[in-house]
Design a protein around this ligand. Sequence first.
Ligand code: HEM
Length: 332
Amino acid sequence: MRQPITRLALGAAGLFATAFAALAQVNPTANSVQEGALMEALQSGQSVTGRISIPDSGASVLIDPSGRTWASLHTGTLQWITIIAVLGMLALLVAFYLYRGRVRVEAGFSGRKILRFNIIDRFAHWLLATTFIILALTGLNLILGRALLLPLIGEGAFGTLSAWGKIAHNYLAWPFMAALIMVFVLWVAHNIPNRLDLEWIKQAGGLLQKNVHPPARKFNAGQKIIFWSVIIGGALLSWTGIMLLFPGEAGPGTGWQFYQVIHAVVSAVMVAIILAHIYIGSLGMEGAFDAMGNGEVDENWAREHHSLWVEEKLGRDAAKSPPPRARATPAE
Ligand code: HEM
């Protein structure tokens, strides 16, 4: 028979071992968010954060209520802004075409050509144009693709298209920015607003009536509006786009959401403006495309749309080529 003191010692040792084993285990519910508290936070629109051991404080956010505001903006308001901008401009262009038809060269083609844009101008323009068009289509896919394209082409094709579209969007942004800088440097001197522009605007550039041709230098007021929209809009898209490419720079939460909203709204406005530009630079105005096609325009087209520029240009060209010298008389 064991002594009572030995039994007491064995009992104490057993108790100590059990307590030690319990302490060594991780308590799975200690310090974690209880389900009820989580649901309450979700319903009251609070943000839910956890504990992290890395320096990026943004990574501790589990649920950010501003994300839901952004999601509804993204799937609602931004989609509508984009649809209204694009369809609104297309409707305006159809109305303009029905009212005015194609803007013709009223004096007819003269057959004499004037160089309007050299190869460097045209390279910059087409680099800007092609990259912008692809960026616009791939960007529109992000805003409207799921609603409009997915039901038409199915999940597989939409997934592949969107994945390639995202890569194209991220990489073509760089040549777009390079072309934007080129276009700015090449044409800014011709796009400073002046008094002539007011007269051009008063007469709506002669676009609404036949036989009205307000005077203009190399770029008329309408083109200056296109130029500055492209430069300012393009700069805003570049800045917000870089912030979205490198979200670490934009800061957590609302930072990148703010840039995303600005990026989407500016894109919608720019797409609408560029639709008008493409129409008037191709189908809408006879003789206009040549300026960016082979660089040469018909003299009568130039006289009707850029009368002062033609005078300057012809004057300069004449000054450059001196009159033929009188033939020397051979000595007798
Ligand atoms: C197929 C598409 C396009 C066509 C047919 C086109 C056509 C033209 C033409 C013919 C001109 C010269 C007008 C003149 O003689 O003064 C021009 C100028 C210009 N283009 Fe385009 N373009 C297109 C796309 C774009 C795009 C996507 C952008 C920018 C994102 C752009 C930006 C400009 C700018 C800033 C000018 C100078 C200002 C002006 O003339 O309006 N173009 N374009």
